[in-house]
Design a protein around this ligand. Structure first.
Ligand SMILES: Cc1cc2nc3c(=O)[nH]c(=O)nc-3n(C[C@H](O)[C@H](O)[C@H](O)COP(=O)(O)OP(=O)(O)OC[C@H]3O[C@@H](n4cnc5c(N)ncnc54)[C@H](O)[C@@H]3O)c2cc1C
Length: 476
């Protein structure tokens, strides 16, 4: 059987793994972190862009539009949160109308449906909290919002269900080309043979490519900082509110999240250390100030946390790099924005190219359906009662902000590709996502993790980094 090794379990690696699992092949995903979606795919705006922004004729435009159209189907098949909430691009003076027109025309060329240019009053009829200074707005009703880490996990779990192996905590550090295949050497000493390598290593895809291919490229990390606002702000805006794009990206947006918070950001600054996801007082101040230009009623006192994510920016191609670099080596690199929106379509395209090149047969037992664990806070009273009747642990609320029970936390650990740390539980259940930011629930979640994983409390970490929460025991 043809051996395929995918490097990286972000949204690209996970969606490619799922689409490739439709075919007969021996597929392994190598991920250097201990969970899927620990790279850029967990920290972004979560927007399924309509497709008016990406330059016509580019891969970004093509896959953004194809991907956007697939979200209704894949979010149902894979049971992850997605909503088509629409988006505005705002224009604050007459001079900007030309740029709004350019975006509108570019969107039409890209095939984006239902685009409209509205005047300020008509825009405010849909979004009453928009600034009174808005004179025009491009309205894109097909834009959507998605939970990016839940989408990634859903793709990965479906791939796993269809036979893909996931090797977590395994970092590829070198690739050797043999006569007929490749050997991937990993930091822990493991070696993997592959007929095909699919490079989905995000910010580090340049290192993977450059280790074995003649054509080199360089990826720069472009950091974006955000602030997240409490759910009491729900309804402040229902659509995603952009300002006009700049040469560094799509600018600062104000958007609802799929779980009812308001997200404001991101900044855009190139940084040296690709792994540096620090947040700064300057970042907070910049996004808050810019967000208030669009939605003046934003109020700083409702900020509950800050975070940042790094875009994998490739400056020479200025486009996604997708395709064969040499026989057996397939790149999906330079996937900065709109990579999340494009992921479903990129994955289908890459899987088709690979399966055709290697004449892979169909996997007759492929099952496209994945079901998420139950979430109490999405259920009505009767559904909750039925769940609790089956297992009383669903009645033991651990995270009071987000209403998450012990039963759900245990599910999130026991589920395939389950949580191994506090952030893993948080991404799967929302325990710790609320106003107190895990101040109350984290000791209890740590106890559950410790019991379920059968490891001492002192070994429980926040995430894949060496981020132990406790350093020892007192009064033993
Ligand atoms: C601030 C910001 C906002 C954005 N907003 C949007 C948006 O609203 N809409 C949108 O469509 N897109 C958006 N994007 C882009 C989108 O987030 C990315 O395109 C997408 O997440 C990239 O996914 P990926 O799988 O390529 O990368 P990643 O998620 O980074 O995955 C790569 C994985 O490879 C692993 N890895 C790396 N090197 C190795 C190795 N040597 N061995 C093993 N594993 C390795 C990493 O640990 C990581 O898990 C945004 C990005 C940022 C930063």
């Amino acid at each position: 059987m043809v051996k395929i090794v995918i490097i990286g379990a972000g949204v690209i690696g996970s969606s490619v793994a799922r689409e490739l699992s439709r075919f007969k092949a021996d597929i392994t995903v190598l991920e250097k972190c201990f969970d899927v979606s620990e790279g850029t795919s967990k920290a972004n705006s979560g927007i399924v862009h309509a497709g008016h922004d990406a330059t016509n004729g580019t891969l970004k435009a093509k896959f953004n539009c194809l991907g956007n159209a697939m979200f209704d189907r894949v979010s149902k098949e894979l049971d992850f949160p997605f909503k088509r909430n629409g988006a505005f691009v705002l224009c604050f003076d007459e001079h900007c109308k030309e740029e709004i027109n350019r975006l509108y025309q570019n969107g039409l060329k890209n095939g984006v449906k239902d685009l409209q240019i509205l005047d300020g009053d008509n825009a405010r009829k849909i979004e009453p909290n928009l600034s009174p200074n808005v004179v025009y707005a491009l309205y894109a009703p097909t834009s959507g919002i998605v939970s990016p880490y839940e989408m990634t996990l859903a793709y990965a779990q479906n791939a796993y269900k269809n036979g893909v192996k996931f090797c977590m905590g395994v970092e590829a550090i070198n690739i050797v080309k043999n006569q007929n295949n490749f050997e991937i050497i990993c930091q822990n000493g493991e070696r993997f043979l592959a007929d095909i390598i699919v490079n989905c290593a995000g910010l580090f895809a340049d290192e993977i490519n450059n280790s074995v291919n003649i054509k080199k490229f360089k990826i720069t990390a472009r950091r974006g900082e955000y602030v997240l606002m409490d759910k009491v702000c729900k309804g402040l805006v229902n659509s995603t509110i952009f300002q006009l794009p700049t040469k560094m990206g799509k600018g600062v947006l104000v958007t609802p999240t799929t779980h009812g918070n308001i997200l404001v950001g991101p900044t855009a600054y190139d940084i040296e250390d690709k792994s540096d996801v620090d947040t700064t007082p300057q970042g907070l101040s910049e996004v808050y100030t810019k967000g208030k230009i669009s939605v003046p009623v934003l109020n700083k006192r409702y900020i509950i946390t800050q975070f940042s994510g790094n875009r994998a920016h490739e400056s020479s191609e200025r486009d996604f790099i997708i395709g064969w670099a040499q026989k057996g080596f397939y790149n999906i690199a330079g996937i900065d924005s709109p990579g999340l929106s494009a992921a479903p379509a990129i994955a289908v395209y890459a899987a088709e190219q690979i399966s055709q090149e290697y004449s892979l047969g169909l996997n007759a037992s492929f099952d496209p359906i994945r079901k998420d664990i139950p979430h109490l806070n999405e259920m009505n009273e009767e559904e909750r009662a039925a769940l609790i009747a089956k297992n009383p642990l669903y009645a033991k609320i651990v995270c009071r902000c987000e209403n998450v029970s012990e039963g759900e936390i245990i599910d999130s650990i026991r589920t395939p590709l389950g949580a191994k740390d506090l952030d893993g539980v948080k991404r799967r259940t929302r325990a710790g996502m609320g106003r107190c930011q895990s101040g109350f629930c984290s000791p209890r979640v740590m106890e559950i993790l410790s019991k379920e994983l059968n490891i001492p409390l002192t070994e429980i970490t926040k995430d894949s980094r060496k981020s132990n929460v406790t350093i020892g025991e007192v009064n033993k």
